[in-house]
Design a binder for this molecule. Structure first.
Ligand SMILES: O=P(O)(O)OC[C@H]1O[C@](O)(CO)[C@@H](O)[C@@H]1O
Ligand SMILES: [Fe+2]
Length: 185
């Protein structure tokens, strides 16, 4: 017996729609350990949205040999001179990689290896980014509009937020003379 079905999810433009889509929003209040300028942060509204994520998890978290897909939407803004950005993480299974594909806006993918060497790649519509294993990753919106990108990663990768929460990245992305600069912390 064979059958023809509709897809479970529609990914059109920058939207991901379907009954199985998980959505989460991160506000400044969720990210107090992430931004460097604590005085600037204290002067801003805790419910200010920093990013939204829409994900399709077709298998359970931790499943070997499955895949996950997500879209991240980072709002434009800064805390002091530091651009709005994601929390950032290593994968719990350190050797797992990931692809990012920029759909809209402009930004920077910040990558840090396990020796805490930090580098960044420019993101703009069409840019494709391979994030190797053993590499922490975070994205920052350096433009005046939303930064939107898709991500594909293995379903057993997991997220290690703890080591970033404790030590941060060795480099932070700040605006200097109107330009994004990767400054050491
Ligand atoms: O998980 P974080 O560090 O908050 O950032 C969100 C990003 O990470 C992912 O959850 C997966 O790596 C992406 O969907 C998204 O780009
Ligand atoms: Fe990841």
């Amino acid at each position: 017996m064979s059958s023809i079905n509709d897809p479970a999810v529609l990914f059109q433009g920058t939207t991901l729609e379907g009954p199985e889509i998980d959505r989460v929003t991160r506000t400044l209040g969720d990210l107090t350990d992430v931004f460097s300028d604590k005085d600037a942060l204290a002067a801003m509204a805790a419910d200010q949205k920093v990013y939204d994520v829409a994900c399709y998890f077709p298998v359970a978290d931790g499943t070997t040999a499955g895949l996950f897909f997500g879209i991240t939407y980072i709002y434009p803004g800064k805390v002091g001179t530091e651009y709005f950005m994601t929390r950032g993480h290593f994968h719990q299974l350190r050797d797992r990689g990931e692809f990012y594909h920029c759909l809209e806006g402009e930004g920077m993918l910040i990558l840090m290896d396990e020796d805490r060497q930090t580098r960044a790649e420019k993101m703009y519509p069409g840019s494709l980014h391979y994030i190797p294993g053993h590499t922490a990753h975070r994205t920052a919106n350096t433009g005046n509009s939303m930064l939107v990108f898709s991500a594909f990663w293995p379903s057993d990768a997991g997220h290690d937020y703890q080591s970033i929460s404790e030590k941060g990245f060795s480099g932070i992305l700040v605006e200097q003379n109107g330009e994004p600069v990767l400054a050491s912390k």
